[in-house]
Design a protein. Sequence first.
Lengths: 340, 282
Amino acid sequence: MTPRLWILAASLFLVVSLVVGALVGPVHIGLADAVQSAVARIPFLHVRSPLSPTDDAILWDIRVPRVVVGALVGAMLATAGASYQGVFRNPLADPYLLGVAAGAGLGATLAVVYLRGVDFQNTLPPAAFAGGAVAVVAAYAIGRSAGAGPGGATLVLAGVTVAAFFTAVQTFVQQQHSDTIQEVYSWILGRLPSSGWRDVIILLPYAAVAITGILLHRRLLDVLSVGDEEAASLGVHVGHVRLAVVVCATVGTAAAVAVSGLIGFVGIIVPHAIRLVAGPSYRLLLPLSVLVGAGFLVLADVIARTALSPAELPIGVVTAFFGAPFFAIVLRTSRRMASS
Amino acid sequence: MSRLLLGVLAALLVVLVVASGSPAATPPHRIVSLSPTATETLFAIGAGKQVIAVDDQSDYPKQAPHTSLSSFNPNVEAIAGYRPDLVVVYYDPNGLTGTLRKLGIRVLVQDAPKNFNGVYAQMLALGRVTGHLAEATRLVASMKSRIGALVSKGAPRARGLTVYHELGPDLYSATSSTFIGRVYSLFGLKNIADAADAGGTGYPKLSPEYVVSESPDIVVLADIRCCAQTARTVAARPGWSRVAAVRTGTIVRIDDSIASRWGPRIVQFVRAVAAALAHLRT
């Protein structure tokens, strides 16, 4: 398939996912009614929504914003994962590699524990974002002071170190305040928020800037994949590219984590599944990660919302439970095709 | 040197055996409560003087001997350090009770009961063990009569009404199979969480779409302390302005710890529900 066809197929996948996401949920809303109520939202057409005010609110104030947040988070995590794997030339790199998750976890825990009596739905996202940012800056400072290693290996080790430390502090604080376990645990398992359009507005600018920044570097990431020295001999400033991509991916990931908690696995399986079927070139991989990551998380959330309906599953459970076998199948079939 | 050490150890062992062999007939007077519910009951039945330490979550009554002992992640040495003759726990992490019993300490496990009979049975058991059976019997009788009066007045008003009990703003709720849910069953209220508990945990996490579409007549917030939820924050949630309880202003705020403990203050919880029904039907 040509790159253009791949993009087209991935776009189609995303559109189908969005439609499924908007139509499937614990409350049944038919396609025709949903479309008509969408048309009714356009001013000056004077079309009346066929939905009851309650169903209308469920569709437009709860479900659709949640689908949009899911798409943004999925796109962000998959793209960040793909670009981390690129700049560190490490197939196991995921968006949480440099300690974002551990830092955000600590920030979230501190917000829940020490801002008790405040509605933490408001205080948790900024605290998680700040914690994630502090952790990555610390990892970067440690990695830098130790000197640059090949392929950013020092930075990765610094990230692992910082993550371990922040996790320890988070667990300690948590143990001291066992009464807050449920709130923190719920966030750590990952859940798409149902707080309406507010989270879309919070996340959109970060995701847009971060994804655009990463996509602008997609050709340079291809050059980087041949090795630091080779890339340098081709006139690429390896350190600058790595820093720019890491900053974009990290800021975007921190924002995604702040609103949705720790949703695992998306940043690893989506880019690798794409590599296996469409090839390793970042010029194609990155835009495909945006589209497929968005669609994948929206579908995962449909399962989270409906599998135990009217109860909910944590979305992090869904991404790993369905993502892992799916990835195993892609791995098997693509290797078999390559060897035959 | 090693012989000396051995001697000391042997002496300690003898002391331990002697201490644990003391007759169980005398009521315990060095009670450690690692259960906030048991703490409330012990003080309500007049056994408060026998309590020497309560865990960090036991915040009621005020005069209880508060410590930093953790019931969630208990430290056996710290507990044993109080030289208790009875330890009351509501769950048994990491084989805590086994270890305490090995040290010769009596342990009473009182986990969350499924219904009111379980609530009363635990109170009577505490009374029996501490030598305050008469007070415990009186407490149970008084609770039964007060709850009975509230229910007989409220139940006719509850006909056909639905309730949603909120444990956290993530929409964790409690079904009728929990003692929390039994409060609503007493009145004959329909609990919207019941349909969502396929896993049978009793505490499902509800989908926001579902809560809004069910439009419960009564919303009970048991997350006012932890999470600062109010009638205003609930009304501001997307889609919730259409929920019946929000429109009629039937949003009950109940202290998180009262609504999550199965102690004497459960009467206050029942009274709050009865008051909401009176508000709705007058």
